[in-house]
Write a protein that binds this ligand. Structure first.
Ligand code: SF4
Length: 231
């Protein structure tokens, strides 16, 4: 476990003054990442009934837990409009959240399934679906102000679970924390001021198929978060 100190700035975005960043969630036609905008337009032409827009956070802004994913999956959040909804990663994530009391209802992989998060919110480091699930560093930096806004609009926030290294790195920068003192590692905890950052490997199908992440490894992260929040 490392305790990390804060830096003065988020060095994130080269476009901080862009009017699109005056919003706390991206506009559905956010223009800031040309490659992702072109990819979005292709998806809109190919699948006109899909969401195909920046995916906003899901859950309770008054929650104490924020989960930060990488970016919407093409067949999941990009299709349905709700983070982690409709793909394999969501099956594991939502089952785990239910088990630890961070969700209620029955997850049916649809945004209108009535499923609710409890004391919990989910956002992404990058809000638009990227080709091959791989955002470029500039795109991660450009979208970070929206992640910062997600964090800033959670007044009771005490725990952040970062799913994967990119989410970990971008969350550190959004919090103004020094990355060198907080290396990513599954199960690592990084307390900083009022918030503790918890790391997990991403719950993608690839990671679970290759046993990089087992359901037990994933559950152990949320068991720790739950215990800490209850302590
Ligand atoms: S990834 Fe973020 S900053 Fe880039 S176009 Fe999408 S919403 Fe805008």
């Amino acid at each position: 476990m490392t305790t990390i100190s804060t830096t003065k700035n988020d060095p994130a975005s080269p476009q901080l003054a862009h009017p699109a960043l005056s919003r706390s969630v991206p506009d559905r036609n956010c223009p800031l990442c040309p490659r992702l905008v072109a990819f979005r337009e292709e998806a809109r032409a190919r699948e006109p009934t899909w969401f195909n827009s920046p995916v906003p956070p899901f859950g309770d802004p008054d929650g104490r837990l924020l989960i930060v994913g990488l970016a919407p999956g093409m067949q999941g959040a990009n299709r349905t409009g709700r983070p982690f909804t409709g793909d394999y990663a969501g099956d594991l994530l939502y089952a785990t959240l239910l088990e630890y009391g961070f969700a209620s209802g029955v997850y049916q992989a649809r945004p209108d399934d009535g499923f609710k998060l409890v004391d919990c919110r989910i956002g992404n480091a990058v809000h638009c679906v990227p080709p091959q699930n791989k955002p470029l560093p500039l795109e991660i930096n450009t979208c970070r102000p929206f992640l910062s806004a997600t964090i800033a609009t959670m007044p009771r926030l005490r725990a952040i679970v970062a799913l994967g290294r990119i989410a970990h790195d971008s969350t550190l920068k959004a919090l103004g924390l020094r990355a060198a003192a907080a290396p990513f590692g599954h199960g690592a905890m990084h307390p900083a001021d009022a918030v503790t950052l918890y790391d997990s490997y991403h719950c993608s199908r690839y990671n679970t198929n290759t046993r990089v992440l087992t359901p037990d490894m994933f559950r152990s992260v949320f068991a720790k978060v739950k215990a800490d929040l209850n302590s």
